[in-house]
Structures are given as structure tokens and as C-alpha cells.
Design a protein around this ligand. Structure first.
Ligand code: DWN
Ligand code: ZN
Length: 417
């Protein structure tokens, strides 16, 4: 990892984020795109938005799939960072199940201590607080941190670094459980983060880490989940290499449907690798996820999806249809900006997150409104940008649907449902 010089906006990496190897093979180029979570406002709509290259490479030495541009985290996760986990019921339920399972299988009590890295608005740790188990949240975004402390989840406003881990360890605050959901892929200093986890974990502790899994991303053409916040796209092979480098062992994995296909990783200081890991490593070897050939035709699949989506939308528009979108999601920003879908096609985007309403989608600057706007305007079609929550959204918008509204799902192939 090239060290970010203070004040630089971004750095193009020449070597692998994990192993430092030089044998990087770029297999997808998405152009220069705006930052997926930096929504524009009436105040800054007139200003040019920063755009950065969005290219994806495969490391021949450790199999890590990664983007090659590192945008300064202070720009990426600035105080206007709008992502609040609690706006998704499915995610809340998913997190609660995870916590209750861990309390039981690890026998956690009031003498235990749980830390979550990138704890956002307390969406997960609140379940431990309800069970009187001491917690600490760590997150760099001030909005979600304020929301977490407001509901009684003690949370520090900070980026998790090796230095912070050392400080907590010196204070005797090592953890029985460390959660890190959708953050391992986000940190510029991948090795520092993992080393920090190793230092902060008790010898018999477990780190429970969730991250999107690269196999469904490739197989289901979920290219819109590629944006500058997501630096890495993990295979179990690449994760195993990364953890072992820091004296940690990936002992168990669970496959999750959340976010288009994720893995829940159970990482410990003791080596007791279970069948779920060894079987997946063998599976990846047999499918070739440890070689660049597996990724080679992804670019052509992405190009075809963009062509198919644009022609579907333009055909509907030519027939006089009105179209809106659901979910001011980061993935939605990648989709509309790389496929060139603008305000000439989408009249507006709706989102339940009140911090996003009244702002505009990055790049295309399409207005973001509350979901109620769907019933007010009753567009003929709604492009579901947050397709990973399609079931929750369709159920929630039953009245829009009952009135004849239809949904368009963009991946793995654009289709009307
Ligand atoms: O890594 C990340 C992933 C896991 O989550 C973060 N970098 C940011 C975020 O990415 P995203 O914005 O693509 O994630 P979501 O959670 O798929 O975004 C869903 C959007 O849809 C949110 O803005 C909330 C909104 N939503 C809604 O308005 N009504 C979601 C649901 C379920 C709803 O019913
Ligand atoms: Zn590597």
C-alpha cells in the first residue's frame, strides 16, 4: 500500500494491498466516477464533483481482487457520510440473529467485552447492550456515531488503526468478540487493520467479520457493488492468506445472502480450520478463483448488462413511460454513472434514509425523495438500485404495485418484475 500523503486526494496503487506483490492484472475498467456516497446538495450542485479512476485488478501472488485507486479516507468518509445501517429492517434482523447466536455459542456475560469496528449507528451493538454485555463501538462518521451514543451504545469517533488497537490493548480493553461488518474491504491499510484486530483480540477471542464475497459478484454480474469505498473484493483464498500473515486463522465461514452475497468469517488466534473453510478453498481452486482467467470475461459481461439496461429503459421511455428509482445506494451511484443513466430517464430516486432525502445522486444529480413520492407520482416503473433488498422493498411498496406500478431489477440481467 502506497502511503497516502496528507492532502492528496487519491493514490494509484502499483502493488497488492494485501501481500505487496507486483503482479497485478487489471481486468475491469469502469472509467472515472464520482464518489458513490458523496451526495450533492443544493449548496454544491453547481460545483464540479471529484471523479477518480475505478479499475479492478487481480493479484497473481495472493488472489486478492482489488481496485487500484485509493481515495483519501478523509474524503471518502467525511462527516457528510450518509450511510446509516438502521434504515434496513432486513439488516437489523440479520445483525440481531448474529449477536444472539454469538452470546450463546461463546457464553458471553456481563464480564465479557465486545468491540465493533465501523459500528455505524449502533444497529448491531445495541443487541449486546440490551443483554447487559459491555461494548465499545468505533466509527469515523460523526452522524452515525452521534446516533449510536444517543441510543446508549458507547461509541468512539475514530478510524480503527493499529495505533488505536495498541492503545486499547494497553488500557486492558482486549475483546472476547470483535465485529467488523462491511469494513475490512473499506480500509486503505488492510494489513494494519488485521494486525490491529489480532492485537485487540483476547487469546481465546473470536473476530466475526462480514464482507461481500467475490464469487457472487462475478457470477451474478454485481459490478455496481464496485465503488471507491470498497477497496477489496474477497475470496476465501485471499482472506486465508491475509489472516495467516498476522497469526490469525480463518476457522469457519457462513454464506449470507445479504448485500448480494456475503461471507461471515470466524477468525481466531488458534488454528482449528473447519470443513466450511477447507471445502470452500477446494471449491475456489476447482473453479479457478485463484487465477485471473476466472475474472477475464467479467468486463464483457458488465458491458453487455449496461447495454441491455440502457436499451430497456430507453425503450420504455420511447413508449411514453415514466420511470423513477428506489434506493440512493452507493451501488446505485456506480450503476447510473457507469451506464450513463441520468435525469432524462429517471425522474427521481426515493430512499427511506432521511439524511439522503433532499439531496441528489452523485454524478447524475437526480433528486432523492422520501418513498411516499412513489404514490404521489405513481411512475410506471421503478428501477430498484438497492436490489439487494428487493423483497423488503416490493413488500413495502405493495400499494404502488397494486396500482399497476412495476419494478425493474438491474442485475444479474435487467428485467421487469
Ligand atoms: O459497504 C457498504 C454496503 C454494505 O452498504 C457501504 N459502503 C454502504 C452501503 O452500500 P449501499 O449504499 O449500496 O448499501 P445498501 O444498504 O444496499 O443501500 C440501501 C439504500 O436503500 C440505503 O440508502 C437505504 C435504502 N433503503 C430504503 O430506502 N428502503 C433500504 C431499504 C431496505 C428500504 O426499505
Ligand atoms: Zn496480493
Amino acid at each position: 500500500m502506497t502511503m497516502m500523503i496528507a492532502g492528496t486526494a487519491s493514490v494509484t496503487e502499483q502493488t497488492c494491498r494485501s501481500c505487496g506483490g507486483p503482479h497485478m492484472d487489471t481486468f475491469l475498467k469502469l472509467g472515472r466516477t464520482p464518489l458513490a456516497d458523496r451526495l450533492t446538495t443544493d449548496a454544491n450542485r453547481g460545483e464540479a464533483e471529484p471523479v477518480f479512476p475505478l479499475n479492478v485488478a487481480f493479484c497473481q501472488d495472493c488472489s486478492l481482487v482489488q481496485i487500484t485507486e485509493t481515495v483519501n479516507p478523509r474524503i471518502l468518509f467525511a462527516d457528510a457520510y450518509p450511510y446509516y445501517s438502521s434504515f434496513s429492517q432486513a439488516l437489523l434482523e440479520h445483525s440481531r440473529e448474529n449477536v444472539l447466536d454469538l452470546i450463546e455459542r461463546r457464553g458471553l456475560t456481563g464480564d465479557s467485552f465486545v468491540i465493533e469496528l465501523a459500528s455505524n449507528d449502533g444497529y448491531l451493538l445495541k443487541n449486546y447492550v440490551e443483554a447487559d454485555i459491555p461494548v465499545l463501538g468505533i466509527d469515523p462518521a460523526d452522524g452515525p456515531v452521534a446516533a449510536a451514543n444517543k441510543i446508549g451504545v458507547p461509541t468512539d469517533l475514530a478510524f480503527f488503526t493499529l495505533e488505536l488497537a495498541e492503545k486499547l490493548r494497553e488500557q486492558g480493553r482486549q475483546a472476547d468478540v470483535i465485529h467488523a461488518n462491511n469494513v475490512l474491504a473499506h480500509v486503505a491499510d488492510t494489513n494494519g487493520f488485521v494486525a490491529g484486530v489480532a492485537g485487540l483480540l483476547k487469546d481465546d477471542g473470536v473476530a466475526v467479520i462480514e464482507a461481500p464475497y467475490v464469487e457472487p459478484m462475478i457470477d451474478h454480474c454485481e459490478f455496481d457493488t464496485i465503488y471507491h469505498e470498497h477497496l477489496c473484493y474477497f475470496s476465501v483464498t485471499a482472506l486465508d492468506n491475509l489472516f495467516r500473515r498476522h497469526g490469525l486463522y480463518l476457522n469457519e465461514i457462513k454464506h449470507l445472502s445479504i448485500h448480494g452475497g456475503s461471507l461471515r468469517l470466524y477468525v481466531e488466534k488458534l488454528e482449528r480450520v473447519g470443513a466450511s473453510v477447507s471445502n470452500q478453498l477446494a471449491h475456489e481452486k476447482s473453479r479457478g478463483l485463484d487465477a485471473v482467467e476466472y475474472y477475464r470475461d467479467f468486463s464483457a459481461k458488465v458491458d453487455q448488462l449496461k447495454v441491455d439496461l440502457r436499451s430497456l429503459l430507453h425503450r420504455l421511455k420511447a413508449d411514453g413511460a415514466t420511470i423513477a428509482a428506489y434506493g440512493a445506494a452507493a451501488k446505485g451511484a456506480t450503476l447510473i454513472n457507469t451506464a450513463g443513466i441520468g435525469g432524462d430517464v429517471l425522474d427521481f430516486v426515493v430512499d427511506r434514509n432521511t439524511h439522503k432525502q433532499g439531496k441528489y445522486m452523485p454524478g447524475q444529480r437526480i433528486p432523492i425523495r422520501p418513498p411516499e413520492a412513489l404514490l404521489d407520482a405513481q411512475p410506471d416503473y421503478v428501477l430498484v438500485l438497492a436490489w439487494n433488498f428487493i423483497d423488503e422493498i416490493v413488500a413495502q411498496q405493495s400499494q404502488y404495485r397494486a396500482r399497476g406500478g412495476k419494478f425493474i431489477v438491474p442485475v444479474p440481467t435487467p428485467r421487469i418484475v
